[in-house]
Design a protein around this ligand. Structure first.
Ligand code: PMP
Ligand code: GLN
Length: 378
């Protein structure tokens, strides 16, 4: 049968996690914690089930949870999203991203995507007949060349996708970056899709620059977030997006078609859990400690760390160890040394010279110690 995504393939996350399982390797590849979500949160889900919240909730989510999300965003980013029309609960950020792209991308529309990029954007654009226009992040600090972005914007540009904190590099967009973008999009009809799933996993007292904070961006932005990343339960597949009413109306049409609504008891639980901001505000320092521990453990190795300011990923350059392609090395590292990682070329345009692996440090200290012990011997 003719494929809708002829170049599509199984995601590198599935490939590496399967390889890790098959080889009984320590899995630092796919991004998920190997420790438990808060027992209280699980109790709250169970309580909601016992209390009878087991049928379809409203299409866009229960009002109690939308109210909590609205209050959280107002508190953190100083902008008020309307509870009834501008917030939608989704099946993870993945579904929010897919709905946003599908709602607005028509055949021939161009979408600016920064590379390396998370792997779901381009297939979603292409499956809607759109054309990803790729902009490679520059230099050791993966900075954005705004002149290049400006040069690539034209009458066909429908959307720009940003991701901050950024998977896989761990870089974060600065206030100046956001202002540059705001300037470029001013007086255009371009939509901004802002993937902020790691909004709370940010280090060294850096402030997260949500697109919501910038009026010239917020007026055209769909901002996506993930409870899975924030509350250590990626398998629950819960997330949300916020957007101005006229954009959200279009997203709803796709949301209704794809899932209609998402898990009811979990929404009840999150509505309760979000009442204590400590539950998400403590996340930055929690993961900063993990990053620092992992960096310390890796200090004696031949892997060179590339600074990470956010997310739960750490890139390492391995050119001191081997000339192999990163995909080969990641494969061999999993099979022969029993540590799984993600080869960064999988996210890039230029796959030739990449000598970087991504390690996920959302793991128990014991797992990080075991992995580093092995990597120290290479
Ligand atoms: N965006 C980025 C940048 C991610 O790393 C991920 C992976 N969790 C997602 C979106 C998808 O999030 P979710 O698991 O909530 O669907
Ligand atoms: N976001 C996770 C990562 O980057 C993976 C999620 C997925 O498997 N799609 O590793």
């Amino acid at each position: 049968l003719p494929s809708k995504l002829p170049q599509g393939k199984t995601s590198i996350f599935s490939v590496m996690s399967t390889l890790a399982r098959e080889n009984d390797a320590i899995d630092l590849s796919q991004g998920f914690p190997n420790f438990e979500t808060d027992a209280r949160l699980k109790e709250l889900v169970y309580k909601a089930m016992k209390d009878g919240h087991n049928q379809y909730p409203p299409m866009n989510g229960i009002p109690e949870l939308r109210e909590q999300i609205s209050a959280k965003i107002e508190d953190l980013y100083g902008v008020k999203y309307k509870v009834d029309t501008e917030i939608t609960l989704t099946s993870g950020a993945t579904q929010a991203l897919y709905c946003a792209i599908t709602a607005f991308i028509h055949p021939g529309d161009e979408v600016i995507v920064f590379k390396p990029a998370y792997d779901s954007y381009e297939p979603a654009i292409k499956s809607n007949g759109g054309k990803p226009v790729l902009v490679q992040l520059k230099g050791k600090d993966f900075s954005i060349d705004w002149q290049e972005v400006k040069d690539k914007i034209n009458a066909s540009t429908k959307m720009v996708i940003i991701n901050t904190p950024h998977n896989p590099t761990g870089t974060v967009m600065s206030k100046e970056d956001m202002q540059q973008l705001e300037g470029l999009l001013k007086n255009t009809n371009i939509i901004l899709l802002s993937d902020e799933v790691y909004e709370h996993i940010i280090f060294d007292n850096i402030e997260h620059q949500s697109a919501s904070r910038f009026p010239g961006l917020a007026e055209r932005a769909i901002v996506c977030s993930s409870f899975g990343k924030t509350f250590h339960n990626t398998g629950w597949k819960m997330g949300y997006c916020v957007a101005p009413e006229e954009l959200m109306k279009e997203i709803w049409k796709i949301h209704e078609l794809t899932v209609f609504c998402v898990n009811h008891p979990m929404q009840r639980a999150f509505a309760e859990y979000l009442k204590d901001p400590e539950n998400y505000l403590s996340l930055g320092s929690f993961y900063q400690q993990k990053r620092d521990k992992f960096l310390k453990l890796m200090k004696g190795t031949k892997f060179t760390a590339i600074p990470s300011s956010g997310t739960y990923y750490q890139l390492f350059d391995f050119s001191e160890i081997t000339d192999e392609k990163d995909t080969n090395f990641a494969n061999r590292l999993t099979r022969e040394h029993k540590v799984a990682s993600i080869p960064v070329s999988e996210f890039n345009i230029d796959k030739k010279d990449n000598k970087q692996l991504r390690f996920c440090f959302a793991k128990t200290d014991e797992t990080l110690e075991k992995a580093a012990e092995i990597l120290n011997r290479i």
